[in-house]
Design a protein around this ligand. Structure first.
Ligand code: GLU
Length: 609
């Protein structure tokens, strides 16, 4: 058996997959035979004193896998899928940088987790460059077509169309940014050949891969009312000839995607933004229902924007992430800044500290709704992270009594307040990965096609996003424009919060999550668990979620958090118990040691050396 395992691990990842190895064998073979390259599937909850003893209930589609932290010395990759993790590991093992690994990881995720991300979508990356010791961010968010106007989501009656009616079909498709983002970053920071980085996904698309449990469940759930089977190309890919959803373990080939990737190998992202693939995208969005207006010019003009990271101080750390058009770092930063006025480490985990957390969330989400959008289009207050402003806001938090709903504050701002709040909520269909390479570069990237399976529109073997539903569908309220309304060329407000935490000017943690507008809570909650309560990253992200988006408090069902409900109700919190499906992937960076963790609610994994 041992020698079989050793000869098995000497095979390339593609040969292993071709030999029909199931993923558990693949992962266990690494775990057993490479002591420093561990992968965390099928293991225990992490060791640590504050440990979630019960399994956390995942979304109905995926069984929880108990996991423990993974340790390594040189490099590490944590993604939402074991095949993607392995491909990233192999890039790092041959000396590639985090930027190189991100290319292979993202393209493989497109194939093996197509419901969540891909080149038909958008992404944000926070990048630590070890050479210059500097942090930067890249905005690969989708853009509205130039011809889009604020009434984009109004029906013939002048009333905003219903959210799900807007999702399905080409009208919700924004100009994708993910491919240009990974290309831009790889060109700047990579040392590997582009075509070789694209090759794992191309070969896997051509040779086929086994559908994972999570992907199969997602397909089955998306049939019927969720409309995954209404467009021909999409139906043909995800369903069999009898219209049945493809099952877990089915070998799925994607020759169209392989062909597209082969073009991308030769010409780079130009093959996507111009020429036949671009023409196919423009034709594909002209669906019978909800037809889109995205044009060849929109694709050709797409630009990735490098932006300054948004950082907030927290207990001696700098918590840095993605600024507008994402609301991620500003809202996470506000929550932490508000909490810095309370001694959470002394309080420890429990109803008292959770109540404070929920109140901070309400205040931060109130500002988010009113002020945050694409700042290239909308003037935003400069002072959203002004520490004096937030010290005043923190006084609104009563440790004994909950606010029902917080009002937005008045952060330092040169202009009069113009905006009306936007209560746009997103549904989860996103992925996060964290990578540290042997040179010390760090990637924290959250990547999305918006809801699960995006717009359901597929071309060239990849799905197109429905990101334009992240705009407010109503353009104004009571005569006041909504900051996050549709405008030509604008990027919809996001909640994605890829984060890198710095201590004394060096990175100590990379983390992020999917989860729609709850992302902000998932990330801030994990940061509190790690930075305030000193938890190991796996223990931290495995804790049951208790979140608030300026309304009722959501408590994760079937977890020990349910025991806290009555104490929170006594303080006046309105409680809803529900599934809370995060997908946190974290890497803690210590001198000479990397500690990685993948969310037990999904099928993610960690590999390092
Ligand atoms: N489209 C959402 C955003 O950009 C993310 C959706 C999700 O996390 O599932 O904020």
């Amino acid at each position: 058996m041992i020698s079989a395992i050793i000869s098995f691990i000497k095979l390339s990842w593609l040969e292993k997959i071709k030999r029909g190895s199931d993923m558990n064998f693949l992962t266990r073979s690494y775990a057993k035979s490479l002591p420093t390259a561990l992968l965390v599937t099928g293991m225990l909850w992490g060791g640590g004193s504050v440990l979630a003893q019960e399994a956390v209930q995942p979304e109905a589609t995926h069984a929880v896998v108990k996991k423990q932290s993974v340790k390594a010395q040189k490099f590490m990759v944590a993604t939402a899928n074991p095949i993607a993790t392995q491909v990233g590991y192999e890039v790092l093992e041959r000396g590639g940088t985090a930027a190189d690994a991100a290319v292979s990881v993202q393209l493989v995720l497109n194939l093996v987790e197509p419901q969540s991300s891909g080149i038909g979508g958008g992404a944000f990356m926070v990048y630590w460059d070890a050479k210059t010791k500097s942090l930067t961010t890249f905005d690969g968010r989708e853009k509205a077509p130039m011809a889009a106007t604020p009434d984009y989501w109004l029906g013939a009656d002048g009333v905003p169309v219903k959210w799900f009616d807007a999702v399905v079909g080409g009208r919700s498709v924004g100009v994708p940014g993910t491919l240009k983002l990974i290309e831009t970053v790889q060109q700047r920071y990579g040392n590997q050949d582009w075509a070789a980085l694209v090759e794992p996904a191309r070969a896997l698309a051509e040779g086929g891969f086994q559908i994972s449990h999570r992907m199969a469940s997602a397909i089955a759930k998306a049939q019927g009312e969720e409309k995954l089977d209404i467009f021909d190309a999409t139906r043909a890919y995800f369903f069999d000839k009898n219209g049945q959803p493809l099952q877990e373990g089915t070998l799925l080939r994607n020759p169209e995607f392989a062909a597209a990737l082969s073009q991308i190998q030769k010409e780079g992202s130009k093959a996507f933004y111009e020429g036949p693939i671009a023409e196919d995208i423009v034709a594909a969005v002209k669906t019978d229902i909800n037809g889109g207006i995205l044009s060849l010019e929109d694709l050709k003009a797409y630009d990735v924007v490098e932006r300054k990271p948004v950082c907030a101080p927290y207990r001696g750390y700098e918590v840095c992430g993605m600024g507008p058009p994402s609301s991620g770092a500003l809202t996470v930063g506000q929550m932490l800044s508000l909490l810095s006025h309370f001694d959470l480490p002394a309080l420890g985990q429990g109803a008292e500290s959770t109540h404070l957390y929920l109140e901070a969330a309400k205040l931060a989400y109130a500002d988010r709704e009113l002020y945050m959008a694409d700042s290239d289009f909308v003037k935003m207050p400069e002072g959203l992270l002004d520490q004096n402003y937030l010290a005043e806001r923190a006084k609104l938090i009563d440790p004994a009594k909950a606010m029902s709903k917080a009002d937005a504050g008045n952060p330092p701002w040169k202009e009069a307040q113009l905006r009306a709040p936007d209560s746009q909520l997103e549904r989860p269909g996103t992925s996060h990965f964290s990578i540290v390479d042997a040179q010390g570069n760090v990637v924290s990237m959250t990547t999305t096609i918006e809801t699960g399976f995006g717009s359901r529109v597929m071309t060239n073997g990849f799905l197109l996003n429905n990101e334009l539903t992240d705009f407010s569908r109503a353009p104004e309220e009571d005569g006041k424009p909504i900051a996050n309304r549709v405008e030509g060329g604008k990027r919809p407000r996001s909640s994605m919060a890829p984060t890198i935490v710095l201590k004394d000017g060096a990175p100590v943690l990379a983390i992020g999550s999917p989860g729609g507008s709850r992302i902000i809570n998932y990330v801030a909650g994990a940061l509190v668990n790690i930075l305030d309560f000193g938890m190991d990253p796996q223990v931290a992200i495995s804790q049951p979620h208790i979140v608030n988006r300026n309304g009722a408090t959501d408590v994760e069902e079937n977890t020990k958090a349910v025991a806290m409900i009555s104490a929170l109700q006594t303080k006046g919190q309105e409680i809803k118990v529900r599934d809370l499906n995060s997908g946190l992937q974290a890497i803690l960076i210590r001198p000479g040691e990397l500690i990685g963790a993948a969310d037990p609610r999904r099928e993610g994994s960690v590999l390092g050396d």
